[in-house]
Design a protein around this ligand. Structure first.
Ligand SMILES: Nc1ncnc2c1ncn2[C@@H]1O[C@H](COP(=O)(O)OP(=O)(O)OP(=O)(O)O)[C@@H](O)[C@H]1O
Length: 291
């Protein structure tokens, strides 16, 4: 059933992809432990990338623990599950944040993948083309290593594991990296709530060392950046705003800017090589490929 479904989907997507030149880069942001700043980072990353002129979508796959709606101070009524059930259209659920930033409310459970009805999926895929012009889609996954999270991590072009430098969080981040390493070779990290670049590099090097001894293989673990522990971050969250909007000259905003610059140069380098898939339909095609 699923195999047939995936084939149909593949046909549909490749016929659409042929008409387009634009490709979407899927970046999954995840963490081992909850509460380490994954949603804060995802939302500020998405916003800053959009400010640089890219078309950005942010897919909230962590809707059960609703965070992105708080970050962007918007109300979510319907999500992707309603679209899959045929109760809403893709454009009904999209929440425009700025001119080139769109929030796509997802679903945290596995229920999303139970919708294998061919007609519904076909409609969904056709409708999802609204989003095919996206340059980047940030996927805010839930914390941990549940099966649906692994699917997103598998489908993404880049995976970013967020951690803070306390021992419990590091242990969980390491466990997540170990799982991701069974799915892919490249893993990026962002060290959040550090005191300095030095601390970030120190913690990262320790994780890398343990990983190279115990995980080995072809794992390419990279430090994408750090974000200082900054009172402005929690203060922005309390105001239901983004720190990069409310406090543009804060250290945290400078840190996010550096990460964004790295992502953009990576995007430019990868433009020539990567996939033919775009937008939401591309993401779902990849998720279905998992079966
Ligand atoms: N760099 C930082 N400096 C200071 N406080 C921070 C920083 N990053 C995150 N926080 C604080 O940590 C809290 C948790 O962040 P956030 O909700 O983004 O975590 P999360 O990993 O997405 O959590 P969940 O697993 O529940 O989705 C925020 O409300 C914020 O107050």
């Amino acid at each position: 059933m699923m195999g047939h479904q995936a084939e149909k989907l593949e046909e549909l997507v490749s016929s659409n992809a042929a008409k387009k030149s634009k490709k979407t880069r899927f970046i999954a942001v995840t963490s081992g432990k909850g509460g380490v700043g994954k949603s804060t980072i995802s939302s500020n990353l998405a916003y800053t990338l959009a400010q640089k002129g890219l078309n950005v979508g942010i897919f909230d796959a962590d809707i059960g623990l609703a965070n992105l709606d708080v970050m962007f101070n918007v109300k979510i009524k319907k999500n992707i599950l309603h679209v899959l059930k045929g109760e809403a259209s893709v454009s009904d659920i999209l929440i425009p944040i700025t001119r080139n930033l769109i929030l796509i409310p997802g679903e945290s459970g596995d229920e999303i993948l139970k919708y294998s009805d061919s007609a519904l999926f076909k409609r969904f895929m056709e409708e999802a083309q609204v989003l095919d012009k996206l340059d980047v889609m940030i996927i805010d996954t839930g914390a941990g290593i549940g099966e649906h999270i692994q699917m997103f991590l598998n489908a993404a072009d880049d995976v970013i594991v967020v951690t803070v430098p306390d021992p419990a969080a590091i242990t969980d981040a390491y466990a997540t990296i170990k799982t991701i390493a069974t799915l892919r070779d490249d893993v990026n990290m962002i060290m959040n709530q550090v005191k300095s670049e030095k601390e970030a590099v120190g913690v990262f090097e320790k994780i890398k060392k343990v990983a190279s001894v115990n995980i080995g293989g072809n794992l390419n673990l990279q430090l994408l950046g750090k974000i200082n522990s900054d009172i402005k971050v929690s203060s922005a969250v309390k105001q239901r705003g983004l720190f990069s909007v409310l406090y543009p000259s804060s250290q945290a905003t400078k840190d996010i800017e550096l990460i964004v610059q790295k992502i953009i140069s990576k995007l430019e380098r990868n433009m020539l090589v990567k996939s033919t898939e775009s937008g939401l339909s591309g993401l779902f095609k990849r998720l279905m490929d998992h079966f």
